[in-house]
Each structure stands twice: as C-alpha cells, then as structure tokens.
Ligand binder design. Sequence first.
Ligand SMILES: Cc1ncc(C[n+]2csc(CCOP(=O)(O)OP(=O)(O)O)c2C)c(N)n1
Ligand SMILES: [Mg+2]
Length: 739
Amino acid sequence: MAVNRAGIVDRNFVALLSGLERGAPRDDLDAPVREGTSLSARRAIDLFTTQVESRQLDLAARALKARNECFYTIGSSGHEGNAAVAAAARPEDPAFLHYRSGGFYIQRGRQVPGATPLMDIMLGLAASSDEPIAGGRHKVFGSKLLNIPPQTSTISSHLPKAVGMALGIARRKGDERISICTFGDASANHSTATGAINHAEWLAHQGRDCPVLFVCEDNGIGISTATPTGWIATTYGARANLAYVYGDGLDLPDAADAAAAAVAWVRLHRRPAFLHLRTVRLLGHAGSDVESTYRRPEEIAAEEMKDPLLTTARLLVEGGWLAAADVAAIYEDARVRITALGDEAIRRPKLTSAAEVIAALAPRNPAEIAAEAVTPLSEAERQAAFHGEDVLADRPRHLAVQINRVLAEQMARIPETLLLGEDVGRKGGVYHLTADLQKRFGADRVIDTLLDEQSILGAAIGYAQAGFLPLPEIQYLAYFHNACDQIRGEACSLQYFSNRQFQNPMVVRIAGYAYQKGFGGHFHNDNSVAALRDIPGLVIASPARGDDAVGMMRTCLAAARTSGSVCAFLEPIALYMTKDLHEDGDGAWCTAYPPADVAVPIGQGRIYGDGTDLTVITWANGLWMSLRAIKRLEAETGARVRVLDLRWLNPLPVADIVAAARASGRVLVVDECRRSGGVSEAVFAALIDEAVPATMARVAGHDVYIPLGAAANLVLVQEVDILEAARALLSRPAAVQPE
Ligand SMILES: Cc1ncc(C[n+]2csc(CCOP(=O)(O)OP(=O)(O)O)c2C)c(N)n1
Ligand SMILES: [Mg+2]
C-alpha cells in the first residue's frame, strides 16, 4: 500500500518547528530578511504565508480526494518558491502558468484587491460550477482579474502563446508589461517549448522586442524520468539571445532576488529571459502516483528534507523575525481556513447539464455577426485597401484575386487585424494570395514569420489575447497537421476553459486539398480534413469560388471580432487560379467582387440548379468537378440534378443538406477527402440523424497519401467517378418523401 507522503510532509513541518531556536528577536521588518538579499522580512513573511496556503491547499486536496470530493491532485508542493516570481512581477503582467504554480497564483491574488485565490483554487478542486475561471470544466490556474489565462494540461503548449502575448505587448507604445510563462524541467524538452524559446531568440537576434520571461521550475524529474543533472543550466545557461538567471526556489531570498533580477531585465530590455528556478517535487507527481515504484525510500525522504517551507520557516525563526509558535500559527491558521473553504466548496453547485457544459464553448451571436460582416468601408479605408481601384466595377476574377481583395478590405477596415505566416509579406505568399498587402499595410501588419507552424499559430493566440485579430496563414494543409494542437487543444478551448472570459479570435487561412496540376505529391495536396472537423467550436469555411470566399471571409472575421470565434478558412489551391468551368475560355469560375452588403452566414450552403431527380452534395474542388460532370449527365440522360455546395464544414449546413436531399430522394456525396474521416461520413450521419429518406451513394478519395504526378488521379475522385456514381444512383429508385 502506498505510504501517505502528504501526512509525512505535514508532520515534518510541525516537527521542525518544535526543534527550532529563535534568534535574537527583531522587529525592523523592512530590513533584509538575510544579509545580502533585497527581500525584506515583511515581504518574506508575506511570501511565506502564500507558501503555506499553497501547501495547505495540496494537503486539503488529498484529504478531499480520499472522500471523493476532489477531482484533481496535481499539486505545487515543493514549488512554493514560485510565489517570489509573482511578487517580482506586476499583477498586470499576463502570466501563463503550469500546474505547479500555485504559489504564483496565490501571491498575485494577494496583490489584487477583491481577489479570492484560495477559494478559486478550492472551487476548481471540487469541480464546482461556481469556480471563477473554468466554471467547473477543469481545475486550472486562471483568472481574468489576475491576468492569468487558463492553460490546458498539455505541457509547454502555452509557451508559443506567451511569446505571442509578448509580441502583442511590444506593439503598443509605452506598454511596460511583460509576458510570463512557467513550466517544468521535463517540459523544457518539448518541441513546443524549444520552438517557443527559439522564436523569442529569433526575434531578439534581430533586435525585435519580445518581452517574455520563461520560468523553468526545475524539480529534476518529469513523472518518473529524471532530468539529467545540469541539463537545464547547460542548455539554457549560455545562449546569445536569451538572458539566463538562476534562482534557488528552495531558498526564498535567493528565489526572490533572482526573480526580481529576471523580471527587471525583461521589463527594461524588452528581450527574452530564462529564469531557472530550482524546486523539489513533494507528494509525487499527482495523488495517484506511487513514487516508491521508481524512487528509493531514502531518495524520497531526502527530497522531503529539502522542503522549501522548512527553509523559509528556519530563516524566519533563526533570523529572529518570528517565534516558532508564530510560524506554527500561520501554518495552522491556513489549515483551518482552507479546510473551511474546502467544506464550503464541496457544497457549491456543479455542472448539471450538457447544455451548461457546452454553453461556454464557442458562443456566437448570428445577428451581431451578420451586422458586422456587412459594415461598408469608408472612403479612406477603400483607398487604403484598393489604392483607388474600383473593384466592384472590375470584370469577374478568379478565387485568388478575390481572397487577396477581401484581405485588403478587411485589413483596411479593422485596424487590429494582422496577417502572419511563412512568406506572406515580401513574396506575397507562395500563391500570391497576400501579394502587395505588406506594401499597403506595412511589415508590422503583414508579418513574415519564422518557419514554424507551431510558433505561428501560438503567436496568433498570444496576439489575439493581447487584443489583435490575427489571420495566420498555413502554407499547406499538411503543415497544419504539424501544429494542429495549437488550434485543437489551445485556441478552441480557451473560451470553454475560461467560461467565455478570455478569447483568442482568429481566422487561420490554410491552403489545401489536392488536384494541383504540376505540383504533386501528398504534402502539397493533402486532402484530409478530419483533424479539423472534430475540433469543438472551430468554424470551418471552405469556399470554392471568389464571391463566396469574400462573403465567407467577411463573416469569419465578423464572428472572430464579435464572438471571439476561432475560424479555419480552407482554400482549395487547385481553384485559386481556375477561371473556366465547362469549356476553356468560358470564364465561368470567375466572379464579380461582391458589394459590401454581401456576406455568407455561417452554416449556409449554396444550391446550384433545381433538379429533383438527383442531389449532389459536395464542396470545394468537388463542387467544380460535380458541376462539370452533372452538365454531361443532364445532357446525356435528361435527368435534372441539383448540387449543394456545403461551403461550411463546421457547422455543416444541416438544414440545407436535409432540404436538398428531400428534394430528390437520391443523394450522391462527392467527397474529395479520404473515405475515412471525410466529410461524406458527416453528411450521411446528418441525414440519418434527421431521418431523411434518401437513396445514398458517395465517391471519395482512397485512404492513402497522394502520390506524385498523374498517379494522384488514381486515388482521388475524378469527374468520371462522379458521372458513373450519378448514373448508377439514377438507376435506383428514389426514396419516397413523406407527405
Ligand atoms: C504534451 C504532453 N505530454 C505528456 C503529458 C503527461 N505529463 C504530464 S506532466 C508530465 C511530466 C512533466 O514534468 P516536468 O515538466 O518536469 O514538470 P513537473 O511535473 O515535474 O513539475 C507528463 C509527461 C502532458 N501533460 N502533455
Ligand atoms: Mg519536473
């Protein structure tokens, strides 16, 4: 049976006190608590109280867990020295905290009137819907009042956004804030961490401001795997563009001095710094962790003797600042207060319905979005966007031109928009979608980033939390997959885990899908949208033609701006430059630039034709191919077909799907993605959910990576496949629609 180390750690502290001799009593509390430190005795006692409160919360969590009243036991024991970082920072400095930064959270709370950090944490432990940040959806350190956005449990995933926040801060003249993030020693190895630190260094190397403080709380272990001795200091101690400060988090004055130095350095120089804070992990990784399976008992006991609370208590008593009884009183008083908070927290309400849980996910106000989307440009904005060109009077143009224009239009209209990505600036994007935008709006709004999708999307999150409206671009869909978690785990969960208090509005443009001529292979023709489609709350727009793209981009930005939505804008590369539809030179895939009052509501499809013999449901390249195939089919068979362009892959236009299916009783889904995880599965599921009688079939890509050259056509849906499937479907009886 696992030994209860919480009890041992608790008893160690009480036992220590009984053996401590008070030094000559002192009451000059503003003097340094120890010679050579800038930490006053008064501050030290204040921080000690925080350390004790953090510890008592961990002990209370264990006790409540044993009664099945607490649902989270990863604690901060041994890390309480991180309170010194909060003390060194300002409450307005945004702080992205990992799960052991309880001391930081409580200390910041002590600096902000009206804050209730202990109850916040306790309500989180009890998963109460009264918990002020996540509303019972998770136990996180987070508070709007304290400028602490909630983080996920995915280690290091918050570092890229901390860099983005620093970039956002740096854009505002006179803004003295710095961005702070904390993480563990094992987490420092994660590519997300190394990528984020690299991003900050890359900026600093160019003399660009990036006031971010990386705080590594180094307890020497990650779950059961020891961090090699000296690894963090060796790796981060001497880097050209990263200041390094070491502090002993087990020794409060040392931690405070180091934190003060690191914070001051970042604040003054506006450059990144790495604060390496030594800590120790007490009570195992989490409540369920049996440390004795991977650590010898002597090792565990030795770690427990390094307890930072023991060190601070000894400092205060032997320094003469407090009597052992005073320290015991602080410790026991915190125990009583926190136990009482626990007793109250477990009685507070819990989430009781799915609707309540979901309410915070991605709320949207369609009327507000619709009004915002059709806001016309002023004359000055029109000039800035189009340099005098009358785009409304121009001839019909292809998709790429119209996307470029709507980006210009919206950048002129919404000053907080930023475009960022690989090669989007000087080159104007690999497909020239962002051509000339940097010339028009400047290099600080159309930003050539470093080559790292994780950093790009993370920066976008940080920028968005700093009040900007970023439009990150991912050069190819395959490379979105490379950094998917920044959207899946992070951006899309922020409103949810903050009960709508924090938002990171953005529109991620992703060039994707297959059918490129002359540029083949999987990585530039990725046709899988599965990783996007099941992200809760993500809006996915996927236009096939220029006018739709304009109306949909207007809506996406309006949703981001008014409702904090995270949108993916999936652009079919193969249609970027496509001008014709049925015949060479017919120009039928070019469209006029839509006037300002045109926008496409989220989740609204577009119908082509009014046939009642067959319904084709498709989108993007599938639409273009289907319209061509159907023209042949109609000529050949005399059948009349209607085609529904989904336009939105999330939420799907279910009402349109149902209506279109009912109109003919025969549905062919043309899905250019892979059979598995593709959109056709969702369309069929929607028809079944809605009990729509329909004779159904689909054509879809094979479950394989796209090969190079003409071989691609062997595994991708072809027009002839559509034609054959449509013919076959027409030969089957249509499902009879109920009256
Ligand atoms: C990306 C990711 N991988 C794995 C985990 C599971 N996990 C949670 S904490 C942890 C160890 C972290 O160690 P460290 O960074 O040293 O922090 P510590 O827990 O020691 O404070 C692991 C592997 C996770 N949360 N996220
Ligand atoms: Mg660790």
